[in-house]
Design a protein around this ligand. Structure first.
Ligand code: NAD
Length: 327
């Protein structure tokens, strides 16, 4: 197989450099995105590998197909940046990556604790030698109810890790899991909204989950609720989050992802005029912790993102279908 890897970061390089020997493939690495010039260099390549910051939409898929590419893999778990229906229609095969859910689950728990213990306010104060305590009183996990929406790989791991804190755990998923029932009680969504002190989201971004956290759902929650999103930004309506914080319906937000973050996160934009006003406004509140979509970012995950996405393409070439084959 001849593979062209786009958007290769320095930390991915050692794993990409190992691919030719490990799998016997021919490889070209590039730091850039898929552009018209890059497509012109794709003649003779069977496969391309991409990251999540570029939309793999109909025009890009058409261009790849015309260049003779058959396989397109994203080195991410989420693949809502790819037009799967269109790829299927034109006969291109798409793949994603998999890695252990523990890194994202650890990060989710960290976000809960940062919000509960007013980390951002404390950091601001200590930076200016203000060591006062007023307003920083926290709550302990053991006394709280945590609601987990989506109990797949990451949600279930969050639940298992949370079980050590002694808190009550309730959960909601369209496909409940028997394993999760050992640690959490499945409830309907309204009960989860009403009874949770902390709500954490771990579902994919689908038509059915887009803006699932909005004015109406926030109105059903406790006034001090802490919301955590280490899944996908557009699960939450950013304007309704702002209103929820301003009206003190939301007590804290821990966001590793935010709506309209594409083109901003994972890039150094400090000298640019960034046009996402809602992100700039939301992230300045003292009770909003925001990070740059980095919950996945561990040594183990980066290695697995490169290897599993490539392995799935190699298997497809041999006529085998792995779980990382999307279509
Ligand atoms: P998964 O597919 O294993 O689990 C998703 C779960 O959501 C499934 O159990 C599914 O039944 C459930 N679900 C689907 N629709 C639902 C609905 N309407 N209501 C409730 N539950 C529903 O996925 P995963 O690997 O656990 O990933 C979870 C999320 O985390 C995804 O959005 C993924 O893109 C995101 N993610 C973020 C990062 C990061 O760095 N922040 C890293 C990896 C994954």
């Amino acid at each position: 197989m001849k593979l062209y890897a786009f958007s290769v970061r320095d930390d991915e390089k050692p794993y990409f450099d190992a691919l030719p020997k490990r799998f016997g493939i021919e490889l070209t690495e590039s730091e850039g995105l898929i552009t018209d010039e890059a497509v012109a260099r794709l003649k003779g390549f069977d496969a391309v590998s991409v990251l999540g910051m570029q939309k793999i939409d109909a025009p890009v898929l058409d261009a790849l197909k015309a260049a003779g590419v058959r396989f397109v893999a994203t080195r991410t778990i989420g693949y809502n940046h790819m037009d799967v229906d269109y790829a299927r229609e034109i006969g291109l095969h798409l793949f994603n990556a998999s890695y252990e859910p523990n890194g994202v689950a650890d990060y989710t728990i960290m976000m809960m604790l940062l919000c509960l213990r007013h980390y951002k306010e404390s950091l601001w104060r200590t930076n200016v030698n203000d060591y006062s305590l007023e307003g920083l009183q926290g709550r302990q996990m053991k006394d709280l109810t945590v609601g987990v929406m989506g109990t797949g790989h990451i949600g279930a791991t969050v639940i298992r890790e949370l079980s050590g804190f002694g808190c009550r755990i309730i959960a909601y998923d369209v496909h409940p899991s028997d394993e999760v029932k050992k640690y959490a009680e499945y409830v309907d969504l309204d009960t989860l909204y009403k009874e949770s002190d902390i709500i954490t989201l771990h579902m994919p971004l689908l038509k059915s989950t887009y803006h699932i956290i909005n004015k109406e759902s926030i109105a059903k929650m406790k006034d001090t609720v802490i919301l955590i999103n280490c899944a996908r930004g557009a699960l939450m309506d950013i304007e309704d989050l702002i209103e929820g914080i301003e009206q003190k319906q939301i007590g804290g937000l821990g966001l590793d992802v935010m709506e309209h973050e594409e083109g901003i996160v994972h890039l150094d934009r400090k000298l640019d005029i960034i046009s996402n006003r809602q992100m700039a406004y939301l992230r300045q509140f003292p009770n909003v912790v925001h990070t740059q979509h980095m919950a996945f970012y561990t040594d183990a995950a980066v290695r697995d993102m490169v290897f599993t996405s490539t392995e799935a393409m190699l298997a497809a070439e041999k006529g085998e279908k792995r779980r990382n084959q999307i279509c």
